[in-house]
Design a protein around this ligand. Structure first.
Ligand code: ADP
Ligand code: ZN
Length: 733
């Protein structure tokens, strides 16, 4: 399908700067700007496609008075119909035979002034099309009722005033904050709050890193900062990393602020989503709590964005445009003149590095509330455990004993294993062959509950065969424990205890997160086993024991962030223990007891870990000293993928050398001097996924903005290399 055959791309839809808010009005026959034309007849539409082009359509007579930029329309596109966003309305087109728009979806624009600018930034920074950027910002099933509330945007878009006062039309209803639950702040909290409030009062962009150990009272500071934003007549967004945390956090927000809180996450029904969207965009709702995509919540007069557990990888979206909510939050806050508060007990190396370079950039809460100590952590060397036991289960003798004591005392324990399923590998006892996914180059994981072998990448699943499919003689053995295996081990060891498992498999149903959360909170569950889902943010005061079944799940990945991930996960998990009156205990099982990430986590020593990590990053020229841009070529034939990747590497190397200004110096190429180095092509860590071969290139650059225009031009217009699709991942995790 080549859509440009029937509808020529709009002549002025230059990739990279497609926002009508940012560029001159379109050309017309007599040079008069289109916005002055009383009845423009042509709409320029961008679609959610990896295509740096927009398309002209005729506006049917009946729609001419009402159609405006920022509305969604349905229009014929190739053999089908697509939903797109109207970028602008114009009077003339170079294309003679235009097709007509079929339907208008929105009674008023769903894209406001600030959103135009943000979409433009998204498109530029993340190398995606304007259509992809806009589609990311507006939830799929959104239906706006006609006539309700003021328009989400004043059209046509005007220049954005940096302090955000220009955003939105109409006055905001003065929903007054509800001052309930007055809390006496601790001494540390009293020191940490003023810099945050000052940033709000300044009504200019500012970002503050709130570095506070687990249980140090960060959330209380969030609530007070939000209260201040509300009193200023502004709105606040609080991002949380994991949907599993939603009930707990929303309870605290609702308790403090009443019904003015919207909860925004991926599992809402389209109806609830549409209702909340309207409440936000008409100013009725000024507090939003939600996962990643809530960073796009259409609240008016944004004053504050909080990113709780800012180091969490869940803030990175893994589909186009592959944005990181933290970067989007920064960009949006710059546009709105808002403050950003990044909270974490284990800040990302990038955030800490950036914040520590600014005076007052880091605010610290060094202690837990009420003088509670951080739990004592012990490292269990599993190599010794292996040599001293005949039957080898996932739990060491020491962890088993500690669990038994916890159950006896009627306390609660949490066990972390960041791998779901029963067994990681199903292997033939005779020939050694491992069951693999037919579509991906990865082993299948055995799920005992479903009695199936499952691919965790493409979801392929089949019941295990009795005999090995290779030699047809041997039986399968199952190795490498997952959460299911640990759960069944717990049932065997503690038949009378109440045991629950929390991972993606047990929380697939809507409402299941809350049920599990309530069950643990009300102590119906004694032992909770789970993946990283249970490591984050839960505040269960009766949990006195935390066990890490394997600290090594991330350590062995070929990823420069392996140490950081491990440190984060262990620290966060340890933070779940001893949050109440009774002290907590943490047991960490590992085969690498000497690793600096494990040692630092045991000592609760973030700064020690950071010092080692930043030295390594600087020496190896890794983030935060450079940005990475990963380009992955996909295709069904390996030779073609390799050929395309070679072609792409050659084109990029030449373009980088040509376009980046040369710095004086000898030896290094001009591109290297300007801070851009291209590595690869090399096979991907998972060389085949969903039947597609994957070869990737890695670009290291000092500035993303300096290189993405070059990448974009080489891949234009359809983000392809020799006809094969290319995934562009800016700042990959
Ligand atoms: P964090 O977000 O840093 O993990 P929280 O804000 O959840 O910490 O605080 C931990 C616990 O301490 C919570 O139960 C919270 O209600 C309580 N808390 C926070 N601040 C105070 C305070 N100033 N006085 C008494 N209790 C507090
Ligand atoms: Zn697969």
């Amino acid at each position: 399908m080549d859509p440009s055959k029937s509808r020529v791309a709009a002549g002025d839809a230059e990739p990279g700067t497609p926002s009508p808010a940012r560029r001159p009005r379109p050309r017309t026959a007599d040079g008069v700007a289109a916005r002055q034309d009383p009845r423009p007849t042509i709409a320029e539409v961008a679609f959610n496609l990896p295509l740096d082009k927009s398309f002209h359509y005729l506006i049917p007579e009946a729609m001419r008075q009402t159609l405006a930029p920022g509305m969604r329309v349905a229009a014929p596109f190739g053999p089908r119909e697509r939903i797109g966003f109207v970028l602008k309305v114009v009077a003339e087109s170079p294309v003679k035979e235009l097709k007509e728009i079929r339907r208008v979806l929105d009674p008023r624009p769903v894209i406001g002034e600030e959103q135009w600018a943000l979409a433009s930034w998204l498109s530029t920074y993340y190398c995606c099309s304007m259509g992809e950027a806009l589609a990311t910002m507006v939830p799929g099933g959104l239906r706006l009722r006609a006539g309700a509330g003021p328009a989400a945007s004043g059209t046509p878009p005007a220049v954005l005033v940096p302090d955000g006062t220009a955003a939105g039309g109409g006055g905001l209803p003065s929903a007054s904050p509800v001052p309930t639950g007055v809390v006496m702040l601790t001494a540390h909290q009293r020191q940490a709050l003023p810099p945050i409030l000052e940033a709000l009062e300044a009504k200019r962009f500012a970002s503050i890193l709130l570095f506070g150990v687990t249980g140090s009272g960060k959330t209380e500071l969030y609530l007070q900062a939000i209260d201040r934003a509300l009193r200023q007549g502004r709105s606040a967004i609080c991002l949380i990393p994991e949907i599993a945390l939603t009930p707990q956090t929303t309870d605290r927000f609702v308790e403090r602020f009443g019904g003015g809180v919207a909860v925004w996450h991926s599992r809402m029904s389209a109806r609830a989503r549409s209702r909340d969207w309207m409440r936000m965009s008409d100013g009725a709702c000024r507090i939003v709590v939600g996962a990643r995509s809530a960073v796009f919540a259409p609240v008016q007069r944004l004053g504050l964005i909080i990113i709780d557990e800012e180091h969490e990888p869940t803030y990175k979206q893994e589909d186009a445009p592959r944005y990181h909510a933290r970067e989007v939050a920064m960009a949006r806050a710059r546009l709105a003149g808002a403050a950003v508060v990044l909270g974490s007990a284990t800040p990302s190396v990038e955030s800490y590095y950036a914040a520590a370079r600014r005076a007052g950039g880091v605010v610290t809460l060094p202690e837990r509330i009420a003088g509670r100590g951080l739990p004592a952590a012990e490292v269990i060397d599993m190599r010794e455990e292996m040599s001293s036991r005949r039957r080898f289960g996932p739990l060491s003798a020491r962890l088993e004993r500690a669990l038994a004591q916890t159950v006896e005392r009627g306390e609660q324990a949490m066990l972390l294993l960041n791998r779901r399923g029963f067994a990681r590998v199903a292997q033939c006892k005779t020939c050694g062959a491992v069951e693999r996914c037919a579509r991906c180059s990865v082993p299948l994981v055995y799920h005992a509950g479903r009695r199936e072998l499952v691919c965790h990448y493409c979801n392929f699943h089949e019941p295990p065969r009795e005999l090995c499919r290779q030699c047809r003689k041997g039986y399968l053995s199952f190795r490498g424990s997952g959460t299911e295996r640990v759960e069944s081990e717990l049932h065997r060891l503690f038949p009378v205890a109440s045991i629950a498992r929390m991972d993606r498999d047990t929380t697939a149903r809507r409402g299941s997160h809350r049920e599990l959360y309530e069950a643990v909170k009300t102590r119906q569950v004694n032992l909770l086993v789970g993946t990283q889902m249970i490591a984050k943010g839960f505040d269960f005061p009766q949990v006195t024991l935390v066990g890490v079944v394997s600290a090594d799940t991330a350590l062995n990945l070929p990823d420069f962030r392996a140490g950081e991930r491990t440190f984060d996960l262990l620290t966060q998990m340890a933070g779940r223990a001893g949050r109440g009156e009774r002290p907590g205990r943490v047991l960490i099982q590992t085969f690498c007891p000497g690793h600096y990430a494990i040692q630092a986590a045991k000592a609760h020593d973030y700064l020690g870990f950071y010092a080692q990590e930043i030295r390594m990053r600087r020496a190896l020229r890794l983030p935060p000293f450079v940005h990475l841009i990963e380009l992955t070529v996909l295709g069904s034939s390996l030779p073609r993928v390799e050929e395309a990747a070679q072609w792409l590497a050659g084109r990029l190397r030449r373009a980088l050398a040509r376009r980046l200004p040369a710095a004086p110096g000898k030896g290094a190429t001009r591109a290297a001097q300007a801070g851009a180095v291209l590595l690869g092509p090399a096979p991907h860590r998972i060389p085949r996924l969903r039947r597609a071969y994957r070869v990737h290139l890695l670009l290291k650059a000092r500035s993303v903005e300096a290189v993405t225009p070059i990448v974009r031009r080489v891949l234009a217009p359809g983000r392809k290399a020799k006809g094969l699709p290319v995934i562009v991942n800016v700042d990959p995790l």
